[in-house]
Write a protein that binds this ligand. Structure first.
Ligand SMILES: NC(=O)c1ccc[n+]([C@@H]2O[C@H](COP(=O)([O-])OP(=O)(O)OC[C@H]3O[C@@H](n4cnc5c(N)ncnc54)[C@H](O)[C@@H]3O)[C@@H](O)[C@H]2O)c1
Ligand SMILES: O=C(O)C[C@H](O)C(=O)O
Length: 329
């Protein structure tokens, strides 16, 4: 194999998502079956031993694409030459804990990581923030990396997108493969807005096929938006395998592009589209070509959608104000 390996840095590598994610990256599912990878695992010092255990297991898989594993507790080492950064390590929300409570604890993690990315990452670095509150953690990391183009910092709403696909599939009886153009708008939180008004189900408009606004407002939207909390309630821990799966999907799409006639949802810095204030990291419908994403333009936003997008964006603005107040951006 002659191709230069891609350096993939994973933070929180010894955590639950890390365990579900690393083996898939090493097997080629993140970047492609012909792309060799080098893994950099970042953990806090007490978790280094656990990360070493995971690295031993990765070795034991003899993945042909895996060309090396480094383990460190120093972000400057972890992000040295990084092409892809998966920022997973954070304090997960536990039962009864509000997301807002997490801002301060996680700010202390994402600011130094943003600084390390700024100083050491490769020129083509792409960052996906998974650790919650993901949108605002991405904003914190991005603000700490002024030399990196802002658009390289993204937050994960692909899990919400995938959750919405399945709920819509169950309602309509049409397989997920035939559902296109679904959108998650706003924050990766309970205020997010899963929008089916532009989606198609087997080629037909999804809202017209469903034709049930009560289901939309009282079932579909809350089920998708509160799914994270429901998983925590059921499992006693935050979603892990499905989150890792969505992270794989997000980066794979960012690198390899969207399918013709479809789009995905990504948390990205707003350019002011759809009246989302510029700079907020909010979820939008995007298409990706040649490794570059673009917000889908020209969608008509009805009153039902407008109110819900605005509510989630308001929460993002409040989170931005809170981290500004803490001196994190
Ligand atoms: N965006 C999403 O859709 C989504 C979905 C599920 C979970 N999450 C979030 O992902 C995060 C991780 O979840 P998990 O289940 O893997 O949690 P976990 O507690 O199992 O693992 C987190 C890991 O991060 C490590 N860590 C903490 N601080 C660190 C630092 N400064 N540098 C490097 N590593 C550090 C911990 O030692 C731990 O091993 C949580 O914030 C969770 O809420 C996001
Ligand atoms: O960890 C959480 O708060 C929930 C998680 O973001 C999820 O959507 O499953």
């Amino acid at each position: 194999m002659t191709r230069t390996p891609v350096n993939v840095t994973v933070t929180g590598a010894a955590g639950q998502i890390g365990y579900a994610l690393l083996f898939r990256i090493a097997s080629g599912q993140l970047l492609g079956a012909d792309v060799p990878v080098k893994l950099r695992l970042l953990e806090i010092t007490p978790a280094l031993k656990a990360a070493e255990g995971t690295a031993m297991e990765l070795d034991d898989c003899a993945f042909p694409l895996l060309q090396g594993i480094d383990i460190t507790d120093d972000p400057n080492v972890a992000f040295d030459g990084a092409n892809v950064g998966l920022l997973v390590g954070a304090r997960p929300r536990t039962k009864g804990m509000e997301r807002g409570d997490l801002l301060e604890a996680n700010g202390g993690i994402f600011k130094p990581q943003g600084q390390a990315i700024n100083a050491h990452a490769a020129d083509d670095i792409r960052v996906l923030v998974v650790g919650n509150p993901a949108n605002t953690n991405a904003l914190i990391a991005q603000a700490a990396a002024p030399d990196v183009p802002a658009g390289r910092f993204t937050a994960m709403t692909r899990l919400d997108h995938n959750r919405a696909l399945t709920q819509l599939s169950k309602k309509t009886g049409v397989p997920v493969s035939e559902i296109k153009k679904l959108t998650i708008w706003g924050n990766h939180s309970a205020t997010q807005y899963p929008d089916i008004f532009h989606a198609t189900v087997a080629g037909k408009n999804a809202a017209e096929v469903v034709n049930d606004e009560k289901w939309l407002a009282e079932d579909f939207i809350p089920t998708v938006a509160k799914r994270g909390a429901a998983i925590i309630e059921a499992r006693g821990a935050s979603s892990a395998a499905s989150a890792a799966n969505a992270a794989i999907d997000h980066v794979h799409t960012w690198v390899n592009g969207t399918d013709e006639g479809d789009w995905v949802s990504m948390g990205i810095p707003s350019d002011g589209s759809y009246s989302v204030p510029e700079g907020l990291i909010s979820s939008f419908p995007v298409t990706v070509k040649d490794g570059t994403y673009e917000i889908v333009q020209g969608l008509e936003i009805n009153d039902f959608s407008r109110a819900r997008i605005d509510a989630s964006v308001k929460e993002l603005e409040e989170e931005r104000e809170a981290v500004r107040g803490l001196g994190l951006i």
